[in-house]
Design a protein. Structure first.
Length: 228
């Protein structure tokens, strides 16, 4: 009981400090307060309007995370009416500050024609940018583009390179793509052998191994198999 009361006291004190800082123009505190009202936490109920208000203040102070979130708010209609053009505006502000998630969202918007006309060139540009910033899902999709020759000249070497970057961040599909290429193309194995290694990969994943660790084990298995 005492521990619970002490925990609540800590939460209340932190909330008061955050709100004071937010009221004095601290952009990070404004963002934290906005996220707090988005999800709610013991002392506050979720409140879309309050959340949007604080996130907007933070975004206007130039805080990239908040700019990205405001883009989401306009895209999803959270605390404000859906406005695709405003979503694009705020995603671009965040992306120009090297916020990878925002760059990926811009790529998606140009792919789907959300708030902008569909534009393969801009879709690829923002996807490449997000991938270079280390966004795992973008790295996977960029790898796919190079593998199938979508918007770029087909290049399996580049595809594998981007898959490896994505797999190292735990993107499972990227690891599976590499495993498939090691089995079928790089090592010239039969389809039956390939399916065996894919099964091994997913079994390792089921044991909660990281995608990159599972991939490493598969590579070792393939090398050992070829030595027999």
């Amino acid at each position: 009981m005492k521990d619970s009361m002490h925990t609540n006291e800590i939460i209340i004190n932190q909330f008061v400090k955050t709100k004071n800082a937010a009221n004095h123009g601290d952009a990070e505190a404004q963002y934290d307060l906005g996220m707090l009202y988005q999800f709610g936490l013991n002392i506050v109920e979720p409140d879309e309007n309050e959340s949007f208000s604080w996130l907007r203040k933070s975004a206007e102070h130039g805080y990239a995370k908040a700019q990205y979130k405001i883009g989401d708010c306009y895209g999803l209609g959270y605390g404000v009416n859906i406005d695709p053009k405003q979503a694009i505006k705020w995603y671009k502000k965040a992306a120009k500050q090297n916020y990878a998630e925002a760059a990926f969202m811009l790529s998606t918007c140009y792919s789907q024609g959300f708030g902008v006309r569909k534009n393969p060139k801009h879709e690829m540009m923002w996807l490449q940018y997000a991938a270079e910033l280390g966004h795992g899902v973008s790295q996977y999709h960029l790898g796919r583009n190079y593998e199938i020759g979508r918007f770029v000249e087909r290049n399996l070497k580049k595809a594998i390179s981007w898959y490896e970057k994505a797999a190292s961040q735990g993107v499972e599909l990227a690891a599976l793509e590499i495993a498939s290429h090691y089995c079928l193309e790089s090592r010239g194995m039969s389809k039956e052998d390939s399916e065996q290694y894919e099964a091994i990969y997913w079994f390792l994943k089921a044991l909660n191994l990281k995608a990159s660790d599972a991939l490493k084990i598969i590579k070792e298995l393939i090398v050992n198999e070829k030595k027999r």
